[in-house]
Design a binder for this molecule. Structure first.
Ligand SMILES: C[C@](O)(CO)[C@H](O)COP(=O)(O)OP(=O)(O)OC[C@H]1O[C@@H](n2ccc(N)nc2=O)[C@H](O)[C@@H]1O
Ligand SMILES: Nc1ncnc2c1ncn2[C@@H]1O[C@H](COP(=O)(O)OP(=O)(O)OP(=O)(O)O)[C@@H](O)[C@H]1O
Length: 285
């Protein structure tokens, strides 16, 4: 039995390599077709078991009220479901821009579910954790499963894919784009037909991009600036934009020239989420 009582995990960023919107359901959620990859860069979460029933969150939580924090919500959900008497202290180092389309909040939530499942010895399956995660957000299940995937439904029907490893330069234009604002906007394109056959043979776009460029000129500027280096794309509902390369040096070159008004990072893609790799190294030796 593994009695580890404290450990640190990366809650990785995701990129939507394409994002098609196929329609809108009656509950307002959208039917999507999207390709998720994970990056080996993200927030850092440290979990420490405590024997009182509390959930304490410390670190970079400024601007997020405790009960809105997806880390707290995930911990509370699992605690309620499992009826455990144990508690936890969770420290967050925030590296992913909020509202940036790289899924920081969802990744934090999924990493918390995965970590507490081990720390509290609850032993839920990934299927159960993904189902719980969906209550917290459409993007949480993919982070719970932790494998690059094509998603359908509202983002929860996942089909694992193996992607070639690439390097990315991800740029945040210092703008927060609200996912809800984009998904409720009348001008959002919602009628892209479902891909028939192999997605690799199709034109792959982000259907949110034209609307976000219109609402947020800084995103348009970022995409234009990145075009000097490679075809540029936006992830999720924005605002982060990215370019893809075969080598780290090429991605580094873009970052070195980035205008000071924007932030960026470079990272490599991974088929398995770092949260899973790290958790396996701690608990499955
Ligand atoms: C755009 C993506 O990031 C692509 O990966 C996700 O679909 C968004 O996932 P998320 O942030 O976890 O989304 P949620 O927190 O569940 O929902 C945020 C807002 O987006 C809308 N939303 C989300 C997902 C979806 N398939 N259709 C939607 O219309 C919801 O109605 C809600 O108003
Ligand atoms: N731990 C958290 N980290 C980041 N955001 C959080 C967290 N908890 C709650 N939130 C809320 O969730 C909102 C969305 O945050 P997030 O960083 O996941 O956006 P995003 O990257 O655009 O997500 P997505 O790509 O899933 O749409 C934030 O504006 C914030 O109010």
């Amino acid at each position: 039995m593994n009695n580890t009582t404290s450990f640190t995990l990366i809650a990785p960023a995701k990129l939507n390599l394409f994002l098609h919107i196929n329609g809108r359901r009656e509950d307002g959620y959208h039917e999507l077709e999207t390709l998720f990859t994970f990056l080996n860069f993200g927030d850092e979460l440290t979990f420490e078991l405590i024997d009182t029933p509390d959930i304490f969150i410390t670190g970079d939580t400024k601007g997020i009220p405790l009960t809105d924090n997806l880390i707290y919500k995930a911990a509370l959900l699992l605690k309620t479901q499992s009826k455990t008497r144990l508690g936890v202290k969770i420290n967050l180092i925030k590296r992913l821009p909020m509202g940036g389309g790289v899924g920081g909040g969802s990744s934090d939530a999924a990493t918390t579910l995965l970590a507490l499942n081990k720390l509290w010895k609850i032993d839920r399956s990934l299927d159960e954790l993904a189902r719980l995660g969906l209550q917290l957000g459409a993007d949480v299940p993919v982070f719970v499963r932790g494998q690059s995937a094509i998603a359908h439904g509202i983002g929860e029907e996942l089909h694992q894919v193996e992607l070639e490893q690439k390097w990315y330069c991800v740029v945040h234009p210092n703008q927060h784009v609200s996912t809800a604002t984009i998904f409720t906007h009348p001008d959002l394109k919602r009628d892209t037909p479902k891909i028939l056959g192999d997605w690799k043979h199709h034109t792959l776009t982000n259907d949110c991009e034209p609307l976000v460029k219109k609402l947020c000129p800084e995103v348009e500027k970022t995409l234009q600036w990145l075009l000097k280096y490679a075809p540029s794309k936006m992830t999720g509902t924005g605002s982060c934009c990215f370019v893809e390369f075969a080598s780290q040096v090429q991605a580094q070159d873009v970052l070195a020239n980035l205008p000071h008004t924007w932030q960026g990072f470079i990272a490599s893609s991974v088929n398995i989420s770092p949260a899973h790799t790290e958790l396996a190294a701690i608990f499955d030796q």
